[in-house]
Write a protein that binds this ligand. Structure first.
Ligand SMILES: Nc1ncnc2c1ncn2[C@@H]1O[C@H](COP(=O)(O)OP(=O)(O)OP(=O)(O)O)[C@@H](O)[C@H]1O
Ligand SMILES: [Mg+2]
Length: 408
């Protein structure tokens, strides 16, 4: 089989492809080779991307032992491992749906590996052997924003306002880099709390950028991974597949709201008593009560004006009309206080209130008030008092979709 492939390759005159086949098939048929011999047999023509042997990653993770599993997402499982030089790594075993050819896969990986920024996760390399498609990343000590800041009652670390501000600015910088400096631009498509990892100093690093390209284009995030991601999806992307950088801006807006409020946009089916975070933020903004949304675990240790400004930036990013959402570099300026928000009108957010079953959507009530950052009376039950049943109408998913569609 191996000889046949070599002959076919040579006849075709494609020496690179030939080498790829040799390397690929030798792994499949188990050609006996020393570690160093195998290591040097990389797929030719692919530079600057380190390729790991499957055997090496098995050793690093104790044969992908469940004890070393640190998470599982739509792309596959993630294991903590120790590489041969002692470096800690997060090893992501891509699921079988990623059936790209070796060369195509490595080309994409090279593109990702070349992107370097302090707020983007570092890809160390990959492994392509047989059916295995594995990515090796730097391991980040403080896990994801989802598991730390947004873990509710299980939260082990308290996040100060300074830390939260730094996280918001860092994510915005990383996204602005992908959107505006990388050529061709990269739309992340899956900005969410579990894709923001935190290093030992709680500096944020965006993960999983570029990964969507490793999967067949007909296998969209929406159809396959709707459950975990819905709360972050811009309506125009979720409902009509319109993917632009502004879809990421929308998701980032949700993230800011989550970081400042310390709660998730969607953790379960929302109810009139416990609406989605974005709905709540919009209501509070209209009532001039945004301050009530700020995470109480910070007590009084934050600048209320700045925290409310961040929430308003979140609302600007989640506006229904994509063109009204700011670009990520503008967002960075706003977050750093270099661009004034004074007088900026915020229009209603784009809400996907449901994909399945029935849900409530809120009637758009009053026009926004000028200032939404007035001091709350401190009842402590902001959510409940805001959403009495007369404020909500019940809708089915299709109606919700139509209503979003019709408003355009
Ligand atoms: N580089 C890393 N360092 C430390 N932990 C990581 C790293 N990469 C991933 N993880 C952990 O593994 C979990 C699963 O990651 P993964 O990207 O597979 O899934 P996800 O982010 O939850 O969903 P999605 O597949 O949509 O990105 C993350 O939530 C995080 O806790
Ligand atoms: Mg992820």
């Amino acid at each position: 089989m191996l000889q046949d492939s070599i002959l076919i390759c040579l006849r075709g005159g494609d020496i690179e492809r030939c080498l790829a086949v040799v390397c690929f098939q030798s792994a499949v048929v188990g050609f006996p080779r020393s570690y160093e011999q195998q290591r040097s047999m990389k797929v030719s023509g692919i530079q600057n991307t380190r390729q790991y042997l499957y055997q090496e990653l098995c050793r690093a993770t104790d044969n992908f032992s469940p004890d070393n599993k640190i998470g599982e997402g739509g792309f596959g499982s993630v294991y903590k491992g120790v590489l041969r030089d002692g470096t800690l790594a997060a090893i992501k075993v891509l699921s079988a749906e990623s059936k790209q050819g070796v060369r195509e896969f490595l080309t994409e990986i090279t593109t990702i590996a070349e992107i370097e920024h302090e707020n983007l996760i570092k890809l160390y390399g990959c492994c392509v052997e047989g059916n295995h498609r594995i990515l090796v990343y730097g391991y980040l000590e403080n896990n994801s924003l989802s598991k730390t800041l947004l873990s509710g009652k299980n939260r082990e670390v308290e996040f100060s306002w300074d830390t939260r501000r730094g996280i918001c600015i860092g994510i915005a910088q990383g996204l602005a880099f992908l959107h505006e400096e990388v050529r061709p631009h990269i739309v992340h498509r899956d900005i969410k709390a579990s894709n923001v990892l935190l290093d030992g100093n709680f500096k944020p690093k965006i993960s999983d950028f570029g990964l969507a390209k490793l999967f067949p284009s007909n296998m969209t995030h929406i159809s396959t991974r709707v459950a975990g991601t819905t709360g972050y999806l811009a309506p125009e992307y979720a409902l009509r597949g319109q993917l632009t950088r502004k879809a990421d801006v929308y998701s980032f807006g949700i993230l800011i709201l989550e970081i400042v409020s310390g709660r998730r946009n969607m953790w379960k089916e929302a109810t009139p008593e416990e609406p989605y975070l974005l709905e709540l933020a919009w209501e509070l903004h209209k009532q001039g009560e945004l301050l009530r949304l700020i995470d109480k675990s910070m007590h009084e240790n934050f600048d209320p004006e700045e925290a409310c400004r961040y929430l308003k930036i979140g609302l600007l990013c989640t506006q229904e009309m994509p063109k009204l959402r700011p670009s990520m570099s503008t967002v960075v300026e706003m977050l750093k206080g270099e661009l004034d928000l004074e007088g900026k009108k915020i229009s209603r957010p784009g809400l996907i209130t449901a994909f399945m079953g029935h849900r409530t959507i809120l009637k758009d009530r009053d026009k926004s008030k000028d200032s939404s950052c007035t001091k709350s009376s401190g009842s402590g039950k902001a959510e409940n008092s805001l959403f009495s049943s007369k404020d909500a109408i019940t809708s089915f998913a299709t109606m919700t979709f139509n209503s979003i569609y019709d408003r355009r």
